[in-house]
Design a protein around this ligand. Structure first.
Ligand SMILES: [Zn+2]
Length: 389
């Protein structure tokens, strides 16, 4: 695949508007490109006009290296503020501009290009590389959740998530647990509060307990302390009435030592305790739950990726933790563990911004890095050792 074709691929991906909820055209386009290069693909429908995509190169069953990227983007915002139109994929001074240039159509295009190169140059001796392109990452991560439930990562031995990492390898991130607590009371005139049940003051009791709820949670040696906050509070609408309803929202940045299940249990415990008091009726609802992801920093896959990337661009990438949740939060729900790293083209802080753009060098380097990682991972495995012994 020539550089011209790689550039055109990325431009085309940007030109297909996949602001969340509209990924089918993009998946179909990628399928056509891969099939033109004799790579078999499967579209895995998710909802009307939305489809995940799976593609594979290599033939032996194992090992399986997965490359994962999402098809959707966040909205472009005010078009007038963009120097170049957000869905044009314009190339200016060695940079391609547009929504998703960084997050993460360049990562996805680099993965597609890597598959094509591995196939065309017949670079794999063992195993296979599986591309997993998902819907819905920016909103709910439901694409990767469904693929996980359908078994598409069950045989995976190692995975790269192609989100922008500013040249680094990221090996861990916190999870996220979003919840709502509703408080049900009873209306009464404020001159006779004893006739009612005050939903607001009852909910405040939850807040007071929440502030200490994780004091004894273990600290993660990788991610540090769990972080938790109540962020939204609404209650009452009449100054002289005892309020009969209030709700709050909260967020917990979870860690493996106190993961989403343990977090939910602690919050539910507070509520069960408070609900024993007369006139208190609180209810916990889970709004979103993304698991923390931690790969062992000593895992050989990380060292291998570092070596491979250095071979491509001459620089040994740092290995760091990251701060945003990814599709990895879903893949770790599979009941076997495998190393997952994030590595992809682009400067992270340009994600979701006006004038989001990617340097061509960065994009093309990432593609080469994926090829090199695949070669080193799949070709220098225990299977070689077994074969030669
Ligand atoms: Zn992303």
């Amino acid at each position: 695949m020539e550089n011209d074709e790689k550039i055109k691929l990325l431009q085309k991906l940007i030109q297909i508007d996949t602001v969340n909820g509209n990924e089918k055209d993009e998946a179909s386009y990628i399928k056509r490109v891969l099939e033109d290069h004799h790579i078999s693909c499967e579209l895995v429908p998710f909802a009307p006009n939305r489809t995940n995509l799976i593609a594979e190169v290599g033939d032996e069953k194992e090992p399986v290296l997965a490359l994962s990227g999402h098809l959707d983007t966040v909205a472009a915002g005010d078009f007038q503020k963009w120097t170049y139109p957000p869905f044009a994929g314009q190339l200016v001074d060695g940079k391609i501009y547009g929504r998703g240039a960084v997050d993460m159509k360049s990562g996805l295009a680099a993965m597609v290009g890597a598959l094509i190169e591995l196939q065309e140059a017949d670079l794999l001796k063992h195993g296979k590389v599986r591309l997993i392109a998902t819907v819905d990452e920016e909103v709910g991560g439901k694409g990767s959740l469904e693929l996980t439930n359908q078994g598409y990562v069950h045989d995976v031995d190692a995975m790269i998530i192609g989100e922008a990492t500013t040249g680094q390898i990221e090996y861990a991130h916190c999870g996220s647990f979003d919840y709502i607590v509703e408080s049900y009371g009873k209306l009464a005139h404020s001159s006779q509060p004893e006739l009612g049940a005050n939903a607001v003051t009852n909910l405040v009791k939850f807040i007071n307990k929440e502030s200490r709820a994780f004091d004894d949670a273990a600290v993660s040696p990788t991610l540090g302390k769990l972080i938790h906050s109540v962020t939204v509070f609404h209650g009452g609408d009449q100054l002289n009435s005892i309020p009969d309803f209030a709700y709050l929202k909260g967020n917990v940045r979870t860690i493996p030592e106190c993961d989403n299940v343990a977090t939910q249990k602690r919050l539910q415990g507070i509520i069960d305790e408070l609900n024993k008091e007369p006139k208190i009726q609180l209810k916990l609802k889970v709004a979103a739950s993304f698991m923390p992801v931690v790969t062992n920093k000593q895992d050989r896959f990380i060292a291998l990726a570092q070596t491979a990337i250095k071979k491509v661009n001459g620089r040994q990438p740092d290995v760091v933790i990251s701060h945003g949740a990814t599709d990895a939060s879903r893949y770790v729900l599979d009941n076997h563990k495998f190393p997952i790293i994030e590595y992809g083209p682009g400067i992270e802080k340009l994600s979701h911004q006006i004038d989001e753009h990617i340097a061509l060098d960065d994009y093309l380097t990432a593609q080469q890095a994926y090829v090199e990682i695949a070669k080193q991972y799949l070709n220098n495995t225990k299977y070689d050792e077994q074969a030669s012994s």
